[in-house]
Design a protein around this ligand. Structure first.
Ligand SMILES: *[C@@H]1O[C@H](CO)[C@@H](O)[C@H](O)[C@H]1NC(C)=O
Ligand SMILES: *[C@@H]1O[C@H](CO)[C@@H](O)[C@H](O)[C@H]1NC(C)=O
Ligand SMILES: *[C@@H]1O[C@H](CO)[C@@H](O)[C@H](O)[C@H]1NC(C)=O
Ligand SMILES: *[C@@H]1O[C@H](CO)[C@@H](O)[C@H](O)[C@H]1NC(C)=O
Ligand SMILES: *[C@@H]1O[C@H](CO)[C@@H](O)[C@H](O)[C@H]1NC(C)=O
Length: 855
């Protein structure tokens, strides 16, 4: 049990007692700042917080095209950066609170300076003036106050800081964007697979937009009685018309603070606020919230729940107050749909409406998720006290959920019904609206009828987000294995950036680049040099790979220099593996994604490919090119029919379809199991002896391995691998192997595989499975012709309803991952470089082709 007790010792000192180590620290807090109560609340003040200002002044950071995309995986990655930062030693609760206080500032808007202010270096034309700021200020100062220091400015790099600020902070940018044409999104329609649409509910549709339906249903109908020219700003500065009158000009205002997940767009600030509020859940006195003001509503409750106000009742109250005073309509409209203008690189989320946007769909989802996770936080923390915020989110937005299959995003609608009662929501909303009314400037005064407005809002909330995907349909759309592939991606800079960037972004999402999964290394096809060094961080990759970086790459493709340098790089990596006694666990793929036509191939190039083939046997080389280059490339890959693809990429292409064959090849490349002593030299005498590595599999997931014949070509009677469980965990492990099926599994027939080619064994709670590798290459005269040995390890948890926390060290992605050992016995080192025969056939064949082509 890990734990801390903080004792407030008066004059700016905290005594922190670490229960485990019985250590004590004195944390000096800045007395002056504490006295003013302002230290943690610079983001609650009515100017842009100092540490966030560079996100609005630096032109690179201001442009979201230079920042990582707003996806839940990027958000989790950035939170991991914070959790892993050397000076941040905080638990889940403190991290959630600190993230809010450091990076969230709602409602920041651009204000066009008057002519004479242009270029005034002392004025930043941004300020938190949008309505969402007022609730935000109450949140940070009264509902989730922070006695801790905010995170240091150096915790995150500037691009990551601005990215998380944008992901957490809700505001609307109503300036006219780009060419002002919002109706170019029909092309993205096809991309949205993750959504069910029923005819009756088209009006509630979120991400799919069918222009035909749009026209027939006149979705913008509400705007008829809304004349932009009448949209006078309440916070008009000076006598000139505020630039916020431009609200009427942009048909597609950008909603900030939105993060894409597989289960719909989520306002991450609301999500984290719910968790933070839940972590120190309290009832806050309404008089305290309304400090200095007179409450208008006599029949309001005395207190509000901080978790409700941070999430659902907060947004409902905003909608009630603003719509109630501005539109005078007795019906409060809840929910507003939007879309990303690029689904593969989600950076700008455009709303389809300019009015009634106080509680948009992403906010609804963020509120529900934040409320559910926040109000039930004690349950997962009781299961695993050292649970990290990144793990909580990773579990909730995954197939396995937060220690059970109930608490997960795909189950949102039933969680909402389970945890949120109508009566509670009405009371909390009414009371918080009364408090917020004293804090937020409105364009009218509510003199009565607040309760019916609240009723209307809550009723409409109940029928929102009806079309979100449920668990059943998402499971059929996702795979039950995770990749751990070191992907070396070689690109040439003749690709247009806005064509190649979304494609790369999609690939990285699909191969699960993260600290516990795949890595990405970006190389230049001009010479094979490193453009972006190996990283397991999506956020770091995206903040480095920008238009400027792309344009600074040397142009052209030189396969000879590239392959020579890549061969050297791969040999270095093998030597590093040898040094570290690395036995396996990751796959390696080299993917050339090329736009240049007419690639030059020659004998020298083929020689490099051959050496790679023979000395880096676990490397899968793939070519995906924009024109058919089969004739030039066929002799550089292992399997010319499956490893070479032609792709047609454009800015509007459906990446899911276009990249499917390439992605499939990457997915089929199993994690390697090697004899680390071989290095790049394959000295025959070296026997691995007995070696092990540890691996992890999530409940109901499966890991695939591939062992190259280079480690077992000549027979050794004792050669085998052994899979054994380590540590207690629920369920069984099923170990399968095959010589022909790259992804062997039980019940193979239902997956379209050949059952007879697969052998499976089960490990119950203890024990192990041994697979002998005796005479595995009998009948094959060359190493190259002898097939790989494929192994899989699957976790099955039939009948287990609650997962326990058995994987608690830093190597575990999920606390409920199941761990096991892979042991190898007497692996050898065999290289085909001696099998000249095979090589000569290929040389003759390539000569023949050349003669044939030139004649
Ligand atoms: C935070 O760091 C950035 C760059 O590292 C710097 O430009 C900025 O001024 C710093 N902000 C504060 C408030 O220290
Ligand atoms: C999305 O919209 C933003 C803002 O208007 C623009 O900068 C960006 O280029 C657009 N992206 C695409 C793919 O259209
Ligand atoms: C294998 O993957 C793990 C987790 O992603 C990573 O920590 C490790 O460094 C990788 N090893 C190699 C040799 O790539
Ligand atoms: C890439 O990273 C490795 C390991 O951190 C380092 O040794 C190497 O110098 C880096 N290469 C480049 C080009 O930055
Ligand atoms: C690499 O090995 C495979 C057999 O595994 C063989 O079919 C292919 O021709 C080889 N490629 C090269 C470039 O040597």
């Amino acid at each position: 049990m890990e734990g801390y007790i903080s004792i407030w010792c008066g004059v700016g000192l905290y005594l922190v007692v670490d229960l485990e180590g019985i250590k004590m620290y004195w944390l000096p807090l800045l007395v002056g700042l504490l006295a003013s109560g302002a230290y943690g609340q610079l983001t609650a003040q009515s100017s842009v917080a100092p540490a966030l200002r560079e996100c609005y002044t630096d032109t690179l950071l201001q442009n979201r095209n230079n920042l990582p995309p707003a996806t839940i995986n990027v958000l989790i990655d950035i939170i991991r950066h914070v959790e892993d930062a050397p000076n941040v030693n905080m638990g889940l609760r403190e991290i959630a609170v600190s993230l809010l206080h450091t990076y969230r500032q709602d409602g920041i808007e651009y204000h066009q300076p008057e002519a004479n202010l242009v270029n005034n270096a002392n004025i930043l034309p941004y300020a938190p003036t949008f309505h969402s700021f007022h609730r935000h200020r109450l949140l940070l100062t009264k509902l989730i106050p922070n006695n801790l220091q905010v995170l240091e400015n150096t915790t995150l790099s500037s691009p990551l800081k601005c990215a998380i600020h944008n992901m957490l902070s809700t505001t609307v940018d109503a300036r006219v964007q780009g060419n002002g044409n919002c109706n170019q999104f029909s092309q993205y329609r096809a991309l949205r697979t993750a959504r069910q649409v029923s005819d009756s509910d088209i009006a509630d549709d979120v991400e799919i937009l069918d222009p035909a339906l749009l026209n027939s249903k006149n979705r913008m109908g509400q705007m008829r009685q809304y004349n932009p020219k009448n949209d006078v700003e309440y916070n008009n500065y000076g006598s000139a018309r505020s630039e916020r009158q431009l609200l009427g000009e942009s048909l597609c205002p950008i909603l900030t603070g939105v993060v894409r997940t597989f289960w719909g767009e989520v306002s991450a600030g609301h999500l984290i606020a719910g968790i933070a509020a839940g972590s120190e859940s309290q009832r806050v006195s309404v008089l305290e919230l309304a400090k200095g003001s007179v409450l208008n509503y006599a029949n309001a409750q005395q207190t509000v729940s901080s978790v409700f106000a941070a999430t659902l009742s907060g947004d409902l109250a905003e909608a009630v107050l603003i719509q109630g005073t501005e539109r005078g309509n007795p019906t409060i409209s809840i929910g507003a749909t939007g879309y990303w203008n690029s689904t593969q690189a989600p950076k700008y989320f455009m709303l389809r409406n300019r009015v009634n946007i106080e509680m948009t769909d992403p906010e609804i989802r963020g509120d529900i998720d934040g409320y559910v996770l926040g109000s039930t936080l004690n349950t997962p923390l009781a299961t695993y006290g050292s649970l990290k915020l990144s793990q909580l989110l990773d579990m909730y937005y995954s197939r396995n959920g937060v220690f059970n299959l109930e608490t997960r995003a795909c189950n949102r609608r039933s969680l909402m019904q389970q945890y949120i009662t109508n009566a509670n929501l009405v009371t909390e909303t009414y009371t918080f609206a009364a408090a917020l009314d004293t804090q937020m400037p409105l364009r009218g005064t509510i003199t009565g009828g607040l309760d019916s407005l609240v009723d209307s809002a809550v009723t409409n909330f109940q029928t929102s987000i009806m079309n979100d995907l449920n668990c059943g349909s998402t499971e059929s759309l996702s795979i039950d294995y995770r990749l751990r592939t070191n992907l070396y991606l070689v690109i040439d800079s003749t690709w247009q950036f806005d064509v190649i960037y979304p494609a790369i972004s999609y690939l990285l999402d699909s191969i699960d680049v993260n600290k516990f999964g795949s890595s990405i290394t970006l190389l230049n096809a001009f010479d094979g040099s490193i453009v972006i060094n190996t990283t397991w961080s999506l956020a770091d990759f995206h903040s480095e790979y920008t238009l400027i970086k792309h344009q600074s790459m040397f142009t052209g493709v030189n396969l000879q220099t590239s392959l020579t340098n890549i061969r050297t790089l791969m040999h270095e990596r093998l030597e590093i593996d040898r040094m570290h006694n690395y036995v396996g666990g990751n796959a390696t793929v080299l993917l050339f994604l090329l736009n240049s036509g007419n690639l030059q191939n020659n004998d020298e190039i083929w020689q490099q490919a051959r050496i790679l083939n023979e000395t880096v046997p676990d490397l899968r080389i793939l070519f995906t090119t924009s024109t058919n280059q089969m004739d030039n490339l066929w002799n550089l890959v292992r399997d010319m029919h499956q490893d070479i693809h032609t792709i047609s990429l454009t800015t509007t292409v459906n990446h899911v379809e276009a990249l499917a064959p390439t992605l499939n090849r990457i997915q089929q490349t199993g994690r390697r199991i090697i004899n680390p002593l071989c290095g790049a030299t394959y000295n025959r005498e070296i026997n691995s002896g007995s070696r092990t590595f540890e691996d992890f599999v999530e409940p109901n997931y499966i890991n695939f391995y591939a062992i190259s014949p280079n480690y077992f070509y000549s027979n050794n009677e004792n050669r085998r691998i052994r899979i054994s469980r380590t540590g207690a965990a629920m369920g069984s492990l099923v170990v399968c192997h095959s010589r022909s099926v790259t992804q062997p599994r039980q019940n193979a027939t239902s997956h379209g595989l050949d059952e007879n080619a697969i052998t499976c064994q089960t490990i119950a709670t203890t024990g192990n499975v041994e697979i002998n590798l005796r005479n595995p290459c009998d009948g094959f005269s060359t190493i190259n012709s002898c097939p790989f040995f494929y192994v899989s390890v699957q976790s099955t948890t039939n009948g287990v309803s609650t997962f326990s926390a058995t994987c608690t060290d830093s190597a575990c992605r999920f606390p409920y991952s199941v761990r096991y050992n892979v042991q190898i016995e007497d692996f050898g080192c065999f290289s085909s470089s001696a099998s000249i025969g095979a090589s000569i056939i290929v040389i003759v064949a390539s000569l023949f082709i050349n003669v044939f082509r030139s004649s």
